[in-house]
Design a protein around this ligand. Structure first.
Ligand code: BMA
Length: 337
């Protein structure tokens, strides 16, 4: 890791598996990077919905400037959510396949949530006229996706709460107001909807100024977990340093993505009850700091509560592979007085 990076450390309550749980060579179709994956328990299995960028490799990228040919969203299933992943033979979406609407260029960074027994995906969406968030329903057999709504640009990182609150669907999101918030000071907002189509009553949830180690943007990560004390919620938190040089395949990568933790009111999740004032998880494994496409990037898209009160956090590492960290629920809550 570059010596200029302010030293931050992962909280000791977090146990990281030392090796990734999914790497590009695991996939049954071309893959350069597999990362930023939503995970859910469904019909007795763990379902992972992941992002795959394909069509180049480190050498071609660095010496021939060959960029990624496409991005696909794939699905894999596992009995224990750790290993033994069985992949669907074809991705659910592929940016190289003709889309039903040419305005939609690519989907990525999937989050999956079950509400009232139905599966929903939130997808970052590149359109020809800006970056949006798309919400849709995934069929029970995981084969078909029905688009429900797409936001206006520029908005991304949408995450649904796993139940209606006060009779409404609730989502976290991260608009990108480039004119009014300079230096990518982008914040987390919250909106509500009667039907997942019409979204409104939008409100700032957490501004970057409330996260002391951040000088760039923050954003939602995974569906919050319901606890007796409130909605336990992770967020990604970015610090940028212009002096950072080569940290991966690109000539320079100036950002570091860490993970923060907060608690939201159960009945009114637009009320932040507590924010842990340090990062919960930071890049510190070799696979996170010294290897891969963009080093020093942790990007969680799933947080699951197990029956024994273990919390699983699935995250993309270095935009290259999928990793897993765990913590005890009570240890996380203890950080949020
Ligand atoms: C964000 C998204 C993520 C990615 C992150 C770090 O803007 O594109 O998919 O993990 O940057 O590169």
């Amino acid at each position: 890791m570059s010596a200029v990076m302010p030293l931050l450390s992962t909280h000791p309550c977090i146990k990281k598996r030392p090796a990734p749980i999914m790497v590009p060579s695991d996939l049954p179709y071309p893959c350069s990077l597999v990362f930023n994956a939503g995970v859910i328990k469904h019909q007795g299995e763990y379902i992972m919905v992941f992002r795959n960028d394909y069509g180049t490799d480190q050498e071609k990228y660095e010496t021939e400037n060959r960029k990624f040919a496409g991005t696909s969203i794939g699905i894999a299933r596992s009995k224990n959510g750790i290993d033994g992943w069985v992949f669907d033979p074809e991705p659910l979406f592929d940016s190289k396949k003709p889309s039903e609407d040419p305005e939609f260029v690519r989907y990525y960074d999937p989050r999956i949530t079950k509400i009232d027994g139905k599966l929903y995906l939130c997808l970052a969406t590149d359109t020809r006229h800006g970056l949006c968030g798309t919400i849709g329903e995934l069929s029970d057999d995981l084969k078909t996706f029905r688009k429900i709504s797409t936001s206006v640009p520029d908005n991304r990182n949408m995450v649904l709460f796993p139940e209606k609150i006060g009779g409404e669907y609730v989502r976290l999101e991260r608009p990108m107001p480039v004119y009014s918030r300079h230096n990518e000071r982008f914040d987390i907002w919250i909106s509500r909807s009667p039907d997942l189509i019409y979204w409104g009553r939008s409100k700032l949830l957490l501004g970057t100024e409330r996260v002391p180690w951040v000088n760039d943007k923050i954003g939602p990560t995974a569906s919050p977990i319901k606890t007796e004390r409130g909605w336990l919620t992770l967020f990604h938190a970015v610090d940028r340093d212009e002096s950072r040089g080569k940290n991966g395949w690109e000539p320079a990568w100036k950002k570091r993505y860490t993970t923060g933790l907060m608690l939201l009111d159960l009945n009114d999740p637009s009320r932040v009850l507590s924010v842990y004032d340090k990062p919960l998880i930071v890049p510190d494994l070799p696979v996170e700091t010294d290897e891969g496409f963009r080093q020093n990037v942790l990007f969680p898209c799933a947080m699951l509560l197990e029956d024994d009160n273990e919390v699983r956090i699935y995250y993309g590492a270095s935009d290259t592979c999928v990793c897993l960290a765990t913590a005890k629920l009570e240890d996380l809550l203890a950080l949020l007085p």
